[in-house]
Design a protein around this ligand. Structure first.
Ligand SMILES: [Cu+2]
Length: 135
């Protein structure tokens, strides 16, 4: 009778170990359209180098701008938002694709991602970078 709890605990630990999918990734693939990021939510491990692969399938220039934790660009990216930029890749041309790297913030939390081209936030070019603590 004492074996049942042992078997259960083995099964439970196997189940926990297999739940790795959907976790943080060090590679982000994002497609920019007029006017969206697809996908628009990215989960990355804190402090790690992240490879960002961007394709712009839209007809206009787009940008990938990460806003510092606790800040927001609001309804429009203005000059005074520059001070709140954590990292950015600017002027990805229509039809263009690039691969760049950046270091994820060390502080876990939800960071706003926007396109700073005038009018694009209002048109829906916002996303979320979710930074999770490393293990
Ligand atoms: Cu844009």
């Amino acid at each position: 009778m004492k074996r049942i709890p042992i078997i259960l605990s083995v099964l439970l630990s196997l189940a926990v170990a297999s739940c790795g999918g959907g976790g943080p990734t060090t590679t982000i693939n994002v497609t920019m359209t007029d006017f969206q990021f697809a996908p628009n939510q990215f989960t990355v491990p804190a402090g790690q180098e992240i490879t960002l692969n961007i394709v712009n399938t839209g007809a206009v220039v787009h940008n990938f701008v990460i806003i510092k934790l606790g800040n927001t660009a609001g309804a429009a990216f203005e000059d005074d938002d520059d001070a709140n930029v954590y990292w950015q890749e600017r002027d990805i041309q229509p039809g263009g694709d690039i691969s760049v790297t950046f270091i994820a913030p060390t502080e876990p939390g939800e960071y706003e991602v926007v396109c700073r081209t005038e009018g694009h936030i209002a048109s829906g070019m916002v996303g979320k970078l979710i930074v999770v603590a490393g293990e």
